[in-house]
Design a protein around this ligand. Structure first.
Ligand code: ADP
Ligand code: MG
Length: 321
């Protein structure tokens, strides 16, 4: 199969056509109109076989996650995704693989109202890169630099499930069989918090998506906002699966520093807590206050439990949940 028939068969008509697209797949470049009053948010995420997913991973899972992780970056900015381009590097032209990948890419893109407007197709070690573009009202983007002393720190849903899924998938951790599907789906089919990001536009002072682990990611907000962030580990929102993992002797490391959760962590002035509770209710999601922003000469993230400093290795054997 030639490069051109691959593009024609598997990359044309993927996702949901957008009215602002003048030229999509097929020309030297795509051309889109940014509506008046809006700004373009652009981001890119790459997935490499053997690095971001195991060899032999279901192509439908790869495509769904590829879209999800990119949409998650839009969510973190409060942007509405609209367009994507795809750099597809595949070792050989395997039709069933491409068909499954393309079908899943199409349904994931449609779900989030994204049109695939272009890309590049090459032969090499399996690598998938998406460049996503979205729209935002001018000047309203959620950033990492707006956190203020006194703000409260929140996180959506639960943390550590994807890391638990990775440990289960790699045979490192045993888990009660009834939780297996939940944690594997957290790993393979993350759910980007798109509606939450847009709901936070007039509320949050700073926001990001938790892709590399809560503590490391909050460090970016601390540094860029020039503040310290104090997280109370007793407040971390954990799933039933994670509670069970702790009951069996597991610790909090995966919840604090495991990656791939794609929840939003954000800071908010304390007088907004009722509005946040309403938003959580409207979106049927969980929002948990996990800490506070403090003034600081040296920006950092600190952990406490019961008012005392908490060290990550104290987490071992911690059974209070
Ligand atoms: P050029 O040689 O001008 O860079 P290509 O031959 O690489 O163009 O691509 C032809 C058209 O197909 C372009 O519009 C490009 O954006 C699109 N395209 C190529 N690969 C992909 C892909 N993986 N997904 C979506 N569109 C693609
Ligand atoms: Mg060209």
């Amino acid at each position: 199969m030639s490069e051109f028939s691959i593009i024609d068969r598997y990359c044309h008509g993927v996702g949901k056509a957008q009215p602002e697209t003048s030229i999509g797949v097929g020309d030297d470049a795509a051309v889109m109109t940014v509506p008046a009053g809006m700004q373009l948010a652009v981001s890119m995420d790459t997935m490499v076989e053997g690095v971001h997913f195991f060899e032999g991973t279901d192509p439908a899972d790869i495509a769904a996650k590829l879209i999800a992780v990119n949409v998650s970056d839009m969510a973190a900015m409060g942007a509405a995704p609209k367009w994507a381009t795809l750099a597809l590097t595949i070792p050989q032209h395997e039709e069933p693989w491409l068909a499954e990948f393309s079908q899943s890419l199409d349904s994931a893109a449609r779900r989030f109202d994204i049109e695939l407007v272009g890309g590049d197709t090459t032969c090499g070690p399996l690598t998938l890169s998406v460049n996503i573009m979205g729209l935002l009202p001018i000047g309203k983007a959620l950033t990492r630099h707006g956190a203020k002393p006194g703000d409260e720190v929140y996180v959506s849903n639960t943390l550590g499930d994807a890391a638990l899924g990775l440990a289960v998938a790699s045979g490192e951790t045993d888990i009660d069989p009834r939780y297996r599907d939940v944690v594997l789906s957290a790993l393979n089919r993350p759910e980007p918090q798109l509606a939450l990001g847009q709901g936070l536009l007039e509320l949050a002072s700073a926001c990001l998506d938790v892709s590399d682990g809560l503590v490391g990611d909050l460090q970016h907000i601390a540094q860029q906002s020039d503040v310290s962030i104090e997280v109370d580990v007793a407040l971390l929102p954990l799933s039933d699966a994670y509670h069970d993992f702790i009951k069996r002797g597991g610790d909090l490391v995966k919840a604090l520093s495991g990656g791939d959760d794609y929840q939003l962590a954000f800071c908010c002035p304390s007088d907004k807590h009722l509005t946040l509770a309403q938003l959580a209710d409207d979106l049927s999601i969980q929002l948990t206050k996990i800490g506070r922003v403090r003034r600081s000469k040296k920006p950092r993230v600190s952990l406490i439990r019961n008012g005392k400093p908490f060290k990550l290795n104290d987490a071992a054997g911690f059974q209070h949940f």
